[in-house]
Ligand binder design. Structure first.
Ligand SMILES: [Fe+2]
Ligand SMILES: [Fe+2]
Length: 359
């Protein structure tokens, strides 16, 4: 797999940044709704359980269903007067503070940053819904099909709860970031359940859990925290499905197939990381007079860039890839070079106590 998006890459110091600002290209990506995918359907006549841990996970999934329209306290207010996100963790709030803007403006900027981030998570949930539907067809075992079907119901609920939270409480659903659309299409088009499970269940679900956990630990909003907690509980089952499935894929893979999986994982996350927060900053930055490129370059040049950048990656994705044996001597240094892998241990979500943007 070649490096994605060569034409949009440029170097800032040693870092290769991908910045997509071509509005026609962005519109074309968003309007590309019908994606052709190579799909096959796998019949299975063995209805008994062949993978005991997956059958147990399926049972757990059935017991832990919840109803987004009935179990959420939707009348709880959400207000721009509270910090939707800890200002120390919000790039938008800090950029505003450095520009001398008042606290109300900083709060509004953090509110917009959360709205933007949750919008992207929602679009990711839609991809998860569709990809998991693909897995019910592609996976060879009954246990996998049943579990994937159970996850489809979870993902529909996540679409429902996040879309409702955004439209009723935050007032807006931002369109998908161009880079995210490109990468999610890659996963939906990937051949075979191994690459799809790696891409969605391990990489994207892992990233989503890291981001949600971080937001939950750093918000004042009770309703938002409750929604995140419920979604995260489901996502931890999905991550378990990913790990259980990938463990068997890794065990059965040839050296060539292992290299293909290691490189696929690296290329997808390297591309995601190469965009940093540019899509968000380009979209909501101008409202506050913030220059997306200036802020990004300042972040990249900070001494503790790797510590900050790796927080989300070290939460779930990198530890899982390591446990699966998908970070090897051949690839480890590359992960370190792009600031995703560090030796810092990461147990659960970090409460941010120091501002991320230094003056
Ligand atoms: Fe989900
Ligand atoms: Fe999920």
């Amino acid at each position: 797999m070649e490096k994605l998006l060569q034409e949009y890459r440029r170097n800032v110091g040693n870092f290769e940044l991908i910045d997509i600002i071509d509005t026609d290209k962005i519109a074309a990506l968003r309007n590309h709704l019908k994606v052709e995918t190579p799909m096959s359907v796998n019949w299975q006549w063995e209805y008994g359980s062949e993978v005991a841990e997956l059958r147990a996970l399926y049972e757990k999934g059935k017991k832990n269903q919840w109803n987004a329209s009935e179990d959420i306290e939707w009348d709880r207010p959400v207000s721009k007067d509270e910090w939707m996100m800890n200002p120390k963790m919000s790039i938008m709030a800090q950029a505003c503070q450095l520009m001398g803007k008042d606290e109300a403006t900083q709060k509004a900027a953090a509110f917009d940053e959360v709205t933007y981030t949750i919008s992207q998570l929602l679009h990711g949930e839609q991809a998860a819904l569709q990809l998991c539907g693909q897995l019910t067809n592609l996976c060879p075992h009954t246990d996998e099909k049943w579990y994937a079907a159970n996850q489809v119901a979870d993902e529909a609920r996540h679409n429902e709860v996040l879309a409702r939270f955004l439209s009723e409480k935050m007032g807006e659903i931002y369109p998908i970031a161009p880079m995210l659309k490109i990468l999610l299409d890659e996963l939906l088009k990937a051949e075979g359940y191994q690459m799809k499970a790696l891409g969605m269940q391990t990489l994207f679900e892992g990233m989503a859990v890291g981001i949600m956990d971080m937001l939950r630990a750093n918000t004042e909003c009770v309703l938002f925290a409750d929604i995140l907690r419920r979604v995260e509980q489901d996502e931890s089952r999905h991550a378990a499905f990913g790990v259980l499935t990938m463990r068997r894929c890794v065990r059965d893979a040839s050296e060539k197939e292992m290299h293909a999986m290691e490189d696929f994982a690296f290329n997808i996350l390297e591309t995601l990381n190469a965009n940093q927060q540019l899509a968000m900053l380009h979209t909501i930055g101008p409202k506050y007079g913030i220059d997306a490129r200036l802020v990004t370059e300042a972040l990249l040049k900070m001494d503790n860039f790797v510590d900050l950048n790796s927080l989300i990656y070290m939460h779930t994705v990198m530890p899982n890839l390591k446990r699966l044996g998908l970070i090897t001597e051949r690839t480890e240094q590359k992960w370190r070079d792009i600031g995703c892998l560090t030796d810092n241990r990461q147990d659960g979500a970090v409460k941010i106590t120091e501002p991320i943007l230094a003056g």
